[in-house]
Design a protein around this ligand. Structure first.
Ligand SMILES: Cc1cc2nc3c(=O)[nH]c(=O)nc-3n(C[C@H](O)[C@H](O)[C@H](O)COP(=O)(O)OP(=O)(O)OC[C@H]3O[C@@H](n4cnc5c(N)ncnc54)[C@H](O)[C@@H]3O)c2cc1C
Length: 316
């Protein structure tokens, strides 16, 4: 790892100004950032690492007038264990509790989880070995290369799989990402090559409105090694029930997508329907309509379809 200046920011404004100065990287838990520095995955290395963890009062988890508010530095462990979150925002608690290992969840923060860098094995290769499209290069090496775990939905040039568990649950819950400059609906927070944060911007809070009463939530994922692996495919469903029928719902895919991927065709296939085998099968089929398989990742289409079908059935 290169040498760098380490600055303990004591306010959000100070951290934003250091970031805006250029050649500085923000660090929360450091579980993602430090591995990118150790492996030299990026073409340039930051001269300064700005530690956010000394900024006071940014690790809260609270409910205010029916709105869940989570400070950027709240740890994944605390979100997974929070009775407030488990009570009304169960999909988020479930997703936070599925991230990595207890040790990583003890260090990792919600903002770090949302802003973590790609886990595409070409992007992530040491010493910037593959200067890919996502880093300003000209091609996505996954297209002619080994794309076993790459995106089947949302690919447009770059087919990097989307790594964050919590972003998928938060998208289904309709969360808002608050920064030092603005509030952004989470569906507008991501783009194919990363997120939409500006040079002088950092995440300060996540807000989620309380779901309507009678809402059911599910977060389900498939990982190769359940103990700590990233999701190869995952789904979050937030459904409002009317008796045994689903009256409204949001269905969002993660893992084998380039960013949180809302499948509105699948949502339409579920709305107004009872939760049963035939309807769940139809929703699963709709969820992967439009999926584009690269030479080695066709298996993810059937896997995702089945994951969605099982998630729908679990609403019963
Ligand atoms: C072995 C392993 C397994 C993993 N498995 C999973 C998994 O299954 N699911 C999953 O979702 N993740 C997984 N991860 C990733 C892990 O969840 C993230 O590393 C962690 O959540 C990042 O949080 P952090 O606070 O440590 O972020 P950091 O490493 O501190 O930062 C990550 C990125 O976010 C930026 N950042 C941090 N805070 C802010 C902020 N407030 N505003 C703007 N930018 C910010 C940093 O600049 C950096 O680019 C895994 C990681 C490892 C090492």
């Amino acid at each position: 790892m290169n040498q760098f200046n380490h600055v303990n920011a004591s306010t959000v404004a100070e951290a934003a100004s250091l970031k805006a100065g250029g050649n500085a990287a923000l660090m929360a838990g450091g579980t993602d950032l430090l591995t990118t520095l150790i492996d030299y995955i990026n073409p340039t290395q930051p001269a300064t690492v700005v530690n956010l963890k000394n900024i006071p009062n940014l690790d809260y988890i609270k409910e205010e007038s029916g709105m869940l508010k989570i400070g950027a530095l709240a740890r994944l462990t605390d979100i997974a264990d929070s009775s407030v979150v488990k009570d009304k925002w169960a999909a988020l608690a479930e997703a936070a509790g599925k991230v990595a290992t207890p040790q990583i969840r003890n260090m990792g923060t919600i903002a770090g989880n949302l802003c973590q860098e790609s886990r595409c094995w070409y992007y992530r290769s040491a010493n910037n070995y593959f200067h890919c499209l996502r880093k300003g290069g000209v091609i996505c090496q996954a297209v002619p290369g080994n794309n076993t775990y790459h995106a089947i939905l949302g690919g447009s040039g770059c087919f990097s799989p989307f790594p964050s568990d919590t972003a998928i649950a938060l998208t289904a819950l309709g969360a808002t990402v608050v920064t030092n400059k603005r509030s952004i609906g989470i569906e507008d927070f991501y783009e194919v090559l990363g997120n939409t944060l500006g040079n002088d911007e950092l995440v300060t809070e996540i807000q989620v409105a309380a779901p309507a009463s009678g809402t059911k939530q599910v977060y389900s994922r498939y990982a190769l090694r359940k103990s700590f692996d990233f999701p190869v495919s995952c789904v979050a469903i937030v459904a409002t029930m009317s008796g045994s029928n689903v009256s409204d719902c949001k269905i969002v895919l993660g893992g084998c997508v380039t960013r949180p991927w809302r499948v509105t065709g699948a949502e339409d296939a579920l709305k107004g329907k009872a939760v049963n085998e035939a309807n769940a099968e139809a929703v699963g089929t709709e969820a992967v309509k439009g999926a584009l398989a690269l030479p080695y990742n066709k298996w993810l289409i059937q896997l995702t379809k089945t994951l969605v079908k099982r998630a729908v059935l679990s609403l019963a």
